[in-house]
Ligand binder design. Structure first.
Ligand code: NAI
Length: 477
């Protein structure tokens, strides 16, 4: 019987995932541990470290009952029957495979700690996204660093939640994937984990595979989703050159039952901590296995994403009479998608840096992202991936030309143009007549998410650019 679960890593995955397990398994004690004191104290406070619709209610319901947040990592690992490892696995920034391979430093240190403190048999669950065959490495670390009396079963249980809808995704997942080895003990471990999910997930949605298939499926899943976004974005560029309308093309595609209707919205590009990192990781694995053509195929998905961001920046600059130097541009939305405060790899960073490199003055408004986070993101010099066409912009630090506002009307006042970079619902409700009256003329809107009512904006007097849409009025000015 599983009595205690420990989740290592209290981030965007660890926090919500463990909370939903606690909610659905009241007889199990769930401890979420992290080496970051600030993160844990935020989880124990009224201001949670991440924003997700529905999360706060679950935390209020379970925290202090069967859900605990703690920095006492060793104690909770020692006591747990099952340990979920939810630590970050970013792209390596130095050494062999830098810029592509997954950095497993955090995972390795978690595994060494587990081996150090464990005195009873454990099931160790890979929740983080990892390269295929990581379980093998983890097993070696665990086995070679324990006293020989503790047995480990490693399961791969990748997480498919999407930020912004993570609570709904966790409460009602389309699938739960558990990979384990073929041995009797491996199969027993799979059944134990399956029994936990079966408390709220219908059994036919729980898929079991071997470990390597589970590990690779997660990378494949993200690669396919990102590929679909790059495909529709590539089409949006062609629409702009031909007079076709990407919304109409998307609508036609969405009616094809073989394709399905999701992930067909053209935009300024995908972001988030996972898509680019996981594709680069996939590319690296392909290269290590001599599959150059396959590696190059997946690289193109990221290249198109970079192209889409740089195309957007170029469009803003060329439309505004070939320069944005000294012009105030209001940026609406900074998180990588709506309903999350996460800004990791948000397209807003590259777009803002591209505009700053042309000397624009940016006034940024996002309903959930703090000024501190925006300034940190814009001052960071990220290492560009090997083929990045955004490399120049990414090195640019122009935070002095940036103001951050808490009010959308302040942010847009006296602006020459507006760039919508996140699809927050509230942007549809703005009084654009009022905004127009307070702006410099001609007043431009660049809708990087195709969420605004273009006809209405044009009626008011704005010059509007939306991704993949006919530019009739646009060209005439
Ligand atoms: P995150 O960066 O928000 O959280 C990771 C946490 O692990 C941090 O709080 C860090 O302090 C902690 N940590 C690192 N090493 C530790 C150690 N040795 N002991 C204790 N705590 C440690 O990362 P996030 O977004 O939660 O992602 C975690 C994993 O889940 C990654 O592999 C990611 O690829 C994967 N994933 C992420 C999704 C997302 O939407 N963010 C969705 C599905 C999978």
């Amino acid at each position: 019987m599983v009595k205690k679960i420990c989740g290592i890593g209290a981030g965007y995955v660890g926090g919500p995932t463990m909370a939903v397990i606690a909610l659905n398994c009241p007889s199990i004690e769930v401890a979420v541990v992290d080496i970051s004191h600030s993160r844990i104290s935020a989880w124990n406070s009224d201001k949670l470290p991440i924003y997700e619709p529905g999360l706060e209610q679950i935390i209020q319901q379970c925290r202090g009952k069967n859900l605990h947040f703690s920095t006492d990592v060793e104690k909770h690992v020692y006591e747990a029957d099952i340990i979920f490892v939810n630590v970050n696995t970013p792209t390596k920034t130095g050494g062999r495979g830098a810029g592509k391979a997954a950095d497993l430093t955090y995972w390795e240190s978690a595994a060494r700690m587990i081996a150090d403190v464990s005195r009873s048999n454990k099931i160790v669950v890979e929740k983080s996204t990892v390269p295929v065959r990581t379980a093998e490495v983890i097993e070696k670390i665990l086995v070679h660093n324990s006293n020989g009396k503790v047995e480990y079963q490693i399961l791969s249980n990748p997480e498919f939640l999407s930020e912004g809808t993570s609570i709904q995704d966790l409460l009602n997942p389309d699938r739960v994937l558990i990979g384990g080895n073929d041995s009797l003990k491996g199969q027993e471990a799979i059944q134990k984990l399956k029994a936990i999910y079966a408390n709220w997930v219908p059994e036919d949605r729980i898929i079991t595979t071997n470990v390597w298939s589970a590990e690779l499926s997660k990378l494949a899943d993200n690669a396919f989703l990102a590929q679909r976004i790059s495909s529709i974005n590539a089409m949006s560029a062609l629409c702009e050159s031909t007079g076709a309308d990407i919304s109409q093309v998307s609508c036609v595609l969405s009616k094809n039952t073989k394709l399905g209707s999701r992930y067909l919205n053209a935009s300024v590009g995908f972001g988030g901590s996972c898509f680019q990192k996981d594709i680069l990781n996939l590319v690296y694995i392909c290269e290590c296995n001599g599959l150059v053509e396959v590696a190059n195929y997946w690289k193109e998905v990221i290249k198109v994403n970079d192209y889409q961001k740089s195309r957007f920046v170029k469009k803003v600059i060329t439309s505004m009479f070939n320069t944005v130097s000294g012009k105030k541009i209001a940026v609406l939305g900074f998180s990588f998608k709506k309903d999350t405060s996460d800004t990791r790899k948000t397209p807003a960073i590259d777009v803002c840096k591209g505009l700053l490199a042309d000397n624009a003055c940016l006034s940024i408004y996002d309903p959930r992202v703090s000024e501190e986070q925006i300034r940190r993101d814009l001052s960071m010099n990220e290492i560009p991936w090997e083929n990045s066409i955004m490399a120049e912009a990414m090195r640019f630090d122009g935070t002095k030309q940036v103001s951050v506002y808490e009010d959308v009307y302040e942010a847009t006042k006296d602006a020459h143009g507006i760039c919508v970079l996140t699809e927050w619902d509230e942007f549809k409700e703005i009084d654009y007549q009022r905004v127009f009256e307070s702006m410099e003329k001609p007043a431009f809107v660049f809708d990087g998410r195709n969420v605004l009512d273009v006809d209405k904006l044009r009626e008011i007097g704005f010059i509007v650019y939306s991704i993949g849409k006919p530019l009739k009025q646009w060209q005439s000015c």
